[in-house]
Design a protein around this ligand. Sequence first.
Ligand code: A5A
Ligand code: MG
Ligand code: ZN
Length: 470
Amino acid sequence: MREKWKNNFSEWYNEIIEKAEILDIRYPVKGLYVWFPYGFKIRKHVLNLIRNILEEKNHKEALFPLLIPEQEFSKEAKHIKGFEDEVYWVTHGGLEPLNVKLALRPTSETAIYPMFAVWIRSHSDMPLKVYQIVNTFRYETKHTRPLIRLREITTFKEAHTAHASYEDAERQVTEATEMYKKFFDALGVPYSISRRPDWDKFPGAEYTTAFDTIFPDSRTLQIATVHNLGQNFAKTFNVQFENRKGEQEYVYQTCYGISDRVIASLLVIHGDDRGLCLMPEVAPIQIVIVPIWFKDSERDVDREAEKLKKELKDLRVHIDDRDVRPGSKYYDWEIKGVPLRIEIGPKDIEQEKITVVRRDTCKKQQISRGNAARKVAEILSSISEDLRKRAWGEFNEHVYFAESLGEAKKIISEKGGIVKVWWCGEEACAKEIENEATADILGIVNESSGGKCVRCEKKARSMLQLGKAY
Ligand code: A5A
Ligand code: MG
Ligand code: ZN
């Protein structure tokens, strides 16, 4: 059932974040929240996934300071312009005003690149690929929401790379895009990839590519960005290397990032009215075993549960032996999104079977006890596959093409999702389209067979993707 999930999404979201023990939203600072242990475990598994993907491609994890001196932060003109109204400043040490104000990083280019200038000497030092997973701070003025729009982003994974040629930086953009695809595919989070318009790219970048997903309320959420920084920051921070000809040259850079929004998407996209439904890949508990006790059979049932848990040692299994009714255990684990529940009662033992219930379909079936381990692993992987398929199916149903501006407007207001329209490439037309359709531009996609701009009817070579963005 996805009645509330779809039609009353905001309420569903706020309730689930609390009931599933993801975040405690009662912390007394706007836009800052507390991770509960259960939510934190999900976060840990998500981070393991992205870490593995990054390390596979030779990224090295590092850690740079939270505080950035004002001179460094302000060096890159466009960067400071883009972030100036979002920065928190540390101005005092105790009672003493500081000589140099310190910014709480809203992102870390200006903390990392002065060090790149020290680290990089020659072309043989590159490619240099580092990442960190840290908290960043942005004084967001739009409506803050747990995991979605934070003032303390607690799970900011940012990667920063330096290269000896523009071509190599371009290759890196492709690699980053492929890594994020792999990551979102593992999580079953569908996405659309497009290039941000030039007037709305990451401050200081040459260009920005964005991943957007669609939420149940049909609004879109940007869940990742990949930036080609060209030599802009290199020139500002004097990051040079000796090239093969023995000359000094500025490096070519890229950076790319994801945040808590990834976790929000994962929770939201697979959820339903009963609660979360976690992808087995990131579920803190993949299987919960609920012993069904009857008079005199308690010990047999417990022994059988323990035995089964041992057989499933490669999976994350929890036996819920709390002294409460089975029904209320089912309810709790459904909220928390445990992908598979196993019930073991005296009848099951007698028949040499176990009863399994999938969280995604809520369907119950009995399977034979003999090959339980193999069968259960199969069910988990089909849960993961089915969740992924369902999510992409729904996503694709919410991607539209509009022939005209009027049609785009109608779709945006009645259906939401992502709407594609032909566009000539002129900024003025894009702004008009945005206004008229009362939507946000998510990005631009190139399409070979051109139609006509929905605004000016000139020949179009690309399409704008519109949506009501979070
Ligand atoms: N240094 C680069 C990677 C950077 O900062 N890019 S970014 O500004 O686009 O941020 C990366 C991602 O963080 C965004 O795509 C978005 O998914 C997420 N993000 C940005 N602001 C956020 C906020 N206030 N709360 C949660 N996530 C946010
Ligand atoms: Mg912003
Ligand atoms: Zn036009």
